[in-house]
Design a protein around this ligand. Structure first.
Ligand SMILES: C[S@@+](CC[C@H](N)C(=O)[O-])C[C@H]1O[C@@H](n2cnc3c(N)ncnc32)[C@H](O)[C@@H]1O
Length: 433
């Protein structure tokens, strides 16, 4: 019996997640996959639940819907949760946790709603077996997610356990790291697929802990994002039989067998040598150290990587935002240490209120450097910059060829595309109000 599944993703990423699910499940009829606000809904067998957990780069989780219906009060949610046969999912020796999300919900307390769901699961198992499961908020065997809408609520089993952006390789964390799922979304939105015609070489000159380059290298090497981690479903009864375990093992072995050398070069650099070191160690754990060329250096000065004439290049950056991070290198030096001393504005970040140097002209200088260093390459470079600054193109004096809305956590951003072909860069004309 197919299960109703929901794969949530960051706002703005639904289209690419939809394409990814269709690619990962070619046997599934396209009519059974639906793009909705905030994610993708489909019907899938347990095998597909396992495949999506192992292979999706863009989904935050794979949720299995177990109950859905109208409600007005917390007690209605108790009744809704009692409609599920929980003995199919866990034994009283398992643990559970209930998380809630709500949109225009009439409920006064989501904590109380979570409590009622927990009661329903525990009461049903106690009635049936005389024993009740306990709650574990850290590592529950059965993570449940309640989504309470205005009139209807849906209850899901979270088959992923830990969120899927946790790929299992990140131990060294820099300031303001991107979530792996967002880095993957930037690459998907750029059409970068790790082959010479689909994006060509990749360079992140502000790589931090390396998220973009590592995601890119895994794509280029055919490494499934979930190969280094375990999933919540592995502890649930529907996935615990010997046959299910063997199926998961077969999926993992097939994914392992698909790994190959990258067909395109990938470059990562950062002004902070500590960050480059972090990125290199993360890449090693992710199995892609050999696929990435790491360097220290200022993005305002580093020469463009030299590529074969016919290979296009993709610059992809998640630059410092100012409020969250410091710009380093040539532009970030305090005025006293600088030869050319542009104005430095002291921004008060909302991440603790400390003063951080934010040079006004960092992006203008970055663009000037790109115009000098990246426009000579015959096959051309295309730059993609993730920024919350809607006026970034005018600050860079570049005209963007595309802007894609994306959310970096709570920060509304755009992924701007600039085509760096000789003669194509010109002053910005279009500005968003
Ligand atoms: C927002 S972080 C990037 C985070 C990264 N995407 C990750 O996931 O870890 C910005 C990075 O830009 C680097 N940076 C700041 N100024 C730079 C410059 N002038 N040249 C190169 N890197 C710079 C910082 O050291 C920081 O690692």
């Amino acid at each position: 019996m197919p299960l109703p599944l929901f794969l949530p993703c960051a706002a703005g990423v639904e289209e690419w997640l939809f394409e990814e699910v269709r690619r990962l499940l070619p046997e599934t009829s396209p009519t059974r996959i639906e793009r909705t606000r905030g994610g993708v809904a489909l019907e899938g067998e347990p095998l597909e639940v396992m495949t999506l957990n192992l292979e999706s780069r863009l989904a935050q989780r794979v949720l299995i819907e177990v109950a859905e219906g109208p409600y007005a009060h917390e007690n209605d949610l108790y009744e809704l949760a009692r409609t599920v046969d929980w003995q199919q999912w866990i034994t009283p020796q398992h643990t559970l946790r209930v998380d809630t999300t709500a949109q225009r919900s009439p409920l006064r307390s989501l904590n109380f709603a979570a409590l009622r769901i927990k009661d329903a699961v525990c009461d049903q198992l106690r009635d049936a077996t005389g024993e009740r499961p306990s709650v574990d908020i850290r590592q529950p065997d059965l993570p449940l997610v309640l989504h309470a809408g205005a009139e209807r609520a849906a209850l899901y089993v979270d088959s992923s356990g830990e969120s899927l952006f946790k790929r299992g390789w990140r131990e060294d964390v820099g300031d303001a790291p991107l979530k792996e799922t967002l880095a993957a979304a930037m690459l998907a939105a750029a059409g970068w697929r790790g082959t010479p015609p689909a994006g060509g070489a990749l360079h992140d000159p502000c790589c931090g802990s390396g998220t973009i380059a590592i995601e890119a290298a895994q794509i280029a090497c055919g490494i499934a994002p979930g190969l280094k981690r375990r999933f919540g479903f592995e502890r649930l009864l529907p996935f615990s039989s010997a046959e299910m375990r063997a199926q998961l093992q077969r999926l993992r072995s097939a994914a392992q067998a698909r790994i190959h050398a990258s067909a395109v070069p990938i470059f990562a650099s950062d002004v902070s040598f500590r960050m480059v070191d972090f990125a290199r160690r993360n890449a090693q754990r992710a199995g892609v150290e050999a696929a990435i060329v790491f360097n220290g250096g200022d993005a305002l000065e580093r020469p463009a990587p030299v590529l074969p004439a016919e290979l296009p290049g993709t610059l992809m950056i998640n630059p410092p935002y100012g409020e969250r991070m410091e710009v380093g290198g040539k532009a970030g030096r305090p005025p006293a240490q600088r030869r050319d001393g542009p104005e430095v504005r002291h921004a008060t970040g909302d991440d603790g209120g400390d003063n951080r140097a934010l040079p006004d002209d960092f992006f203008a200088r970055l663009a000037a450097h790109w115009k000098r260093a990246y426009t000579q390459h015959p096959a051309g470079w295309t730059a993609h910059v993730l920024s919350p600054d809607m006026k970034l193109p005018s600050a860079m004096r570049l005209k963007e060829s595309r802007r894609v809305p994306m959310w970096n956590g709570p920060i509304e951003c755009r992924l701007f595309r600039f085509d760096l072909i000789a003669g194509s860069t010109r002053p910005a004309r279009v500005q968003e109000p």
